[in-house]
Ligand binder design. Structure first.
Ligand SMILES: NC(=O)c1ccc[n+]([C@@H]2O[C@H](COP(=O)([O-])OP(=O)(O)OC[C@H]3O[C@@H](n4cnc5c(N)ncnc54)[C@H](OP(=O)(O)O)[C@@H]3O)[C@@H](O)[C@H]2O)c1
Length: 271
């Protein structure tokens, strides 16, 4: 079964040995989407799997969760802790990494498999994408995506080359990239969901803006909830990696209001 992407995804980076406990809290708080990676340098993927196994014992069904993981090329791995054979062919690295993810996550399928970053040559990118397509063709990944892609031309070339088109772009949402305006417009036209990270950390100035504060007061929401509402309405799916149960609950309560068109365009002007 394939689960639709929820409006907010729980991110599991940097949680180390707290991963299991925090994922359990997040799912119990109501998160339906979990993001992880087969990248021991930043993610404890097996901790996510342990949480899911424990939740299953308590009656939470894996099938209702949108579970996303990543293949991380060698350049993004700790050379002393690579979760696949670093000397193997690229396509074998992808296959091995995916097997490790399934074992770590204690599941036989992934809802969304993401390439963590483009490779240094387009040929290598194509090799990796073809290996990911094989996994998707077997039905073990329900959709594919790419992360850290800030060059629109590479995204267009990938889209053109792919037999299974990317369904997700996961990028840093920040001023330096012009908030990915062109990338986001390409995504919208081609049915690709744009997921954002660094959403809060890179944007304290947005959270302090008069426009956001004024609307948050009008709707009786906090500024983070208002920001998440706005992002949802313009087609962005934020990730949040909060370690605080109150923040988890508050973030999930962002989606019960609807901004009108003039309010959305007022906030558009901040980006
Ligand atoms: N593809 C990639 O290369 C990549 C890179 C980075 C991240 N990611 C993914 O994105 C996820 C999110 O990472 P991130 O970089 O955006 O940062 P984050 O881990 O979500 O950090 C958000 C920060 O904001 C704070 N915060 C304060 N109030 C909050 C509230 N109401 N709700 C949420 N946070 C609040 C959090 O503190 P508290 O803990 O105290 O709430 C935390 O320090 C990661 O876990 C990972 O899954 C992917």
């Amino acid at each position: 079964m394939y689960t639709d992407m929820p409006p907010l995804i729980y991110g599991t980076a940097w949680k180390k040995e707290r991963t299991k406990e925090l994922v359990i809290e997040a799912v119990k708080a109501g998160f339906k989407g979990i993001d992880t990676a087969c990248q021991p340098k930043h993610y404890h993927e097996a901790g996510v799997g342990e949480a899911l196994a424990l939740l299953a014992q308590e009656g939470f069904r894996r099938e209702v969760l949108f579970l996303q993981t990543k293949f991380t090329p060698l350049t993004g791995q700790d050379p002393l802790n690579v979760p696949y054979d670093k000397k193997a062919e690229l396509s074998t690295q992808v296959a091995q990494s995916f097997e490790v993810s399934k074992t770590n996550l204690q599941t036989n399928y992934i809802d969304s498999l993401i390439l963590h970053s483009p490779l240094s040559s387009f040929d290598d990118l194509e090799t990796v994408w073809r290996a990911m397509e094989e996994i998707a063709q077997r039905g073990e990944a329900k959709q594919l995506g790419i992360s850290n892609i800030y060059d629109l031309q590479i995204l267009k070339d990938l889209y053109e080359m792919a037999k299974i088109k990317p369904s997700v772009v996961q990028n840093r949402f920040y001023q330096e990239s012009g908030y990915d305006k062109e990338i986001r417009s390409f995504c919208e036209k081609n049915n690709i969901i744009y997921q954002s990270f660094w959403t809060l950390t890179a944007n304290p100035h947005i959270l302090k803006s008069a426009e956001l504060i004024q609307l948050s007061q009008k709707y009786n929401k906090n500024v983070i909830q208002l920001f998440f509402t706005y992002l949802h309405q313009v087609g962005i799916t934020p990730l949040t990696g909060t370690t605080n149960i109150e923040h988890m609950q508050s973030d999930l309560e962002s989606f019960d209001i609807v901004l009108n068109a003039s309010e959305v365009s007022k906030l558009d002007s901040l980006f």
